[in-house]
Ligand binder design. Structure first.
Ligand code: PMV
Length: 337
């Protein structure tokens, strides 16, 4: 079989997925911006098997990575549809990221998007009559929740929302109505800290299980999804800013108020947020921030004000270690290479 390659980007949630049940199902719907510069490229080759043992070789940037390799083997074993690949072939997977390891960008979203898409392509379950992106999104979700939102763009909705009949907890769908104001969104990721985070997202999700504010949080996220969909349609920057920033702080407040409380924001995170508030107040430009489950600040702004915002980013360069300029994307593809 020819070597095939998949290239899919990471995504940043505007409305956050935080809390899950069953097999990677979200406690609330989420909406994300698909990125384009931060992506993973993964290739797969299938060879004839020489033994009865599992033959699986996973290389990340040229080196074998046993921790991630074990996670992928387990993932494949757990999917009835993919398991025959391990039983019948020797698999070689090579993966690389376009962004540095230490960038604080969650690579599991882009990585699992590529892995799910490739496995789907090479497995017999790839019935071409069904929507490939939807199926790939479903399988990516089983590897890493947020990965299901990396297949299309620029905006994706994952999770059942009563107002949107096609929405599902199983996979993400593209947000169809997006005003030109939000089509060319930029995301400058200001890296405050580039060490691995101390508390994993899976621990964070599980702390929502008996969180005292859980039901209010899930209700809020639902409301924010509905509001964000109408905001994306109408092009209202003020509403986009207030929903996005509230969501980021709400995510971090959940971490800070869980039974095993913790804090991922650093003094540098807060300091940058204050500078963004001041800059916005002075210039009235439509910029805002969001945060992932980590200390780094995603600065969001439309392309039309790029020069002014980049000047601002440069003026505050003593506040962060480095910056990655990313922007809205449309997902990725699988190709022969
Ligand atoms: O996909 P996971 O399990 O790594 O969780 C992602 C959680 C957040 O990044 C904080 C929010 C989100 O919706 O992506």
């Amino acid at each position: 079989m020819k070597k095939i390659t998949a290239k899919y980007p990471s995504n940043i949630a505007l409305i956050k997925y935080w809390g899950k049940y069953g097999i990677q199902l979200p406690m609330n719907p989420s909406i994300s911006l698909t990125l384009s510069e931060a992506y993973t490229e993964t290739s797969i080759e299938l060879f004839e098997k020489k033994s009865k043992e599992i033959e699986f070789n996973y290389f990340f940037e040229g080196k074998s990575n046993s921790k991630f390799s074990d996670r992928v083997i387990n993932y494949i074993k757990n999917q009835e549809e993919f398991r025959p690949l391990l039983d019948n072939y020797s698999l070689k997977i090579e993966s690389k990221n376009s962004f540095p390891h230490s960038a604080g960008i969650a690579s599991s979203a882009s990585a699992f998007a590529t892995i799910a898409a490739l496995l789907l392509k090479v497995s017999s379950t790839n019935d071409q009559s069904l929507d490939f992106k939807k199926k790939a999104s479903h399988f990516a979700r089983l590897g890493s929740g947020s990965a299901c939102r990396s297949f299309q763009g620029p905006y994706m909705l994952w999770g059942k929302l009563d107002d949107v009949s096609e929405s599902s907890n199983e996979y993400a769908i593209q947000v169809n109505e997006v005003h030109p104001n939000f089509q060319k969104m930029q995301d400058a990721i200001l890296i405050v800290e580039d060490e691995p985070k101390k508390v994993s997202s899976s621990v964070g999700h599980s702390l929502m299980n008996n969180h005292p504010y859980a039901s209010a949080r899930f209700k809020d996220a639902n409301k924010h999804c509905i509001e964000m969909l109408s905001t994306l349609k109408s092009g209202d920057f003020d509403s986009f800013i207030s929903i996005t920033e509230r969501e980021a702080l709400s995510l971090h407040s959940m971490m800070m108020t869980s039974e095993d409380y913790y804090m991922l924001m650093k003094p540098g995170t807060v300091s940058i947020i204050e500078k963004i508030f001041a800059f916005r107040n002075d210039t009235k430009l439509p910029i805002c921030f969001t945060l992932d489950a980590g200390p780094n600040v995603h600065l969001l702004y439309p392309e039309i004000i790029k020069d002014k915002v980049e000047k601002f980013i440069n003026e505050i360069k003593d506040q962060y270690k480095f910056v990655i300029f990313d922007k809205a994307g449309k997902g990725g593809e699988v190709f022969e290479k």
